[in-house]
Design a protein. Structure first.
Length: 333
């Protein structure tokens, strides 16, 4: 059984998950699949995965068989497990709790594809909507407080299987990276009475130096203090703190925006490995000071000793230059 342990100095929670020692170790620096390699996520190989939790299927097809378009399954090597009681306890000065939570895999398409950018807009819209469905379902569990959706594309970004997929981990605590955003945005709201994300959108539109894509409902930009080269955010213009409250109308546009953003990265950076995370507020009422958003990090450089030791990041590509390169990269719609 996994467990969560709290760092008593900085308050960071760490998941200790010994079960994951047996997970696939595909850590080579190439993303290509060797000819004839077995793909457990391919349509027709459903018996090679854990039974599906939910799938968007063609009418008349049966669960755990062919005929699906997007499919959600429990992670075979979960960091957290939903079938454990939530127990908090101390070990001397240290705090820990049982590793309660959910760890799911979203298989994004039934055919073999490594790059989400090459999926159809309709396919991407269904992926975005199934994210929402899973958060709506899992927030009913009173033990769980926050859901993090993330994607690792390519071996250098941590992907152990090349077939395009993303993951969802729902925790009994709020991750420290999200908590820092919540605390900072709440302090800004108390001081100025406005949502910092709304102000950021207005600032980026006014300066127009770091904007990549501007649509009626979303802004894509390279943030002012980008930690990584070509770091890119997608933020909704209508302030909303919880992704699970997203509307069908917003998903219609977000599917196009996400595809265009990833296509520009693929064309501009020669199909890089990347991570993306979807940050959303903890389960509960709407927060006037926070906005859900997507952060995308191409893996173009490593994090070395100075970054780990100091918490500072060294970014060799100014976000203004990154945004200009992405903005001017032509793609086929």
């Amino acid at each position: 059984m996994s467990e969560l342990r709290k760092d008593p100095i900085v308050g960071r929670w760490v998941i200790i998950a010994p079960e994951r020692i047996s997970r696939p170790q595909n850590l080579r620096a190439v993303d290509e699949v060797p000819p004839g390699a077995y793909d457990p996520f391919l349509e027709g190989n459903e018996d090679a995965t854990t039974p599906e939790i939910i799938a968007y299927r063609h009418h008349g097809t049966n669960p755990n068989g062919p005929g699906w378009r997007v499919r959600v399954i429990p992670n075979r090597f979960p960091a957290l497990g939903v079938n454990h009681p939530l127990e908090r306890r101390g070990d001397g000065m240290y705090d820990k709790m049982t590793g309660v939570g959910a760890h799911e895999v979203i298989v994004e398409c039934p055919h073999f594809e490594t790059n989400m950018a090459r999926l159809s807009v309709e396919n991407i819209r269904e992926i975005l909507w199934i994210y929402r469905d899973r958060l709506v379902d899992l927030k009913r569990d009173q033990r769980l407080v926050h859901g993090l959706i993330f994607k690792n594309k390519g071996a250098r970004a941590g992907a152990t299987l090349p077939h395009s997929h993303s993951q969802l981990i729902v925790n009994p605590i709020v991750p420290i990276a999200v908590q820092e955003e919540l605390d900072g945005s709440e302090a800004y709201f108390r001081y100025r009475g406005r949502c910092i994300y709304s102000d950021m959108i207005q600032q980026e539109l006014a300066t127009d130096k770091r904007v990549v894509i501007d649509t009626p409902d979303f802004l894509v930009f390279c943030p002012f203090a980008s930690r990584f080269p070509f770091e890119t955010w997608i933020v909704p213009k209508a302030q909303s703190s919880h992704y699970e409250n997203v509307t069908k109308h917003a998903i219609e546009e977000l599917g196009v925006v996400l595809k265009q953003t990833l296509m520009k990265m693929e064309a501009c950076l020669d199909d890089p490995p990347y991570n993306f995370v979807l940050h959303t507020a903890p389960f509960g009422p709407e927060l006037p000071h926070y906005a859900w958003h997507i952060e995308i990090f191409p893996r173009l450089s490593g994090v070395a000793g100075f970054e780990w030791g100091s918490g500072f990041y060294i970014n060799a590509v100014p976000p203004e230059e990154a945004a200009k390169s992405l903005r001017e990269t032509s793609i086929d719609p």
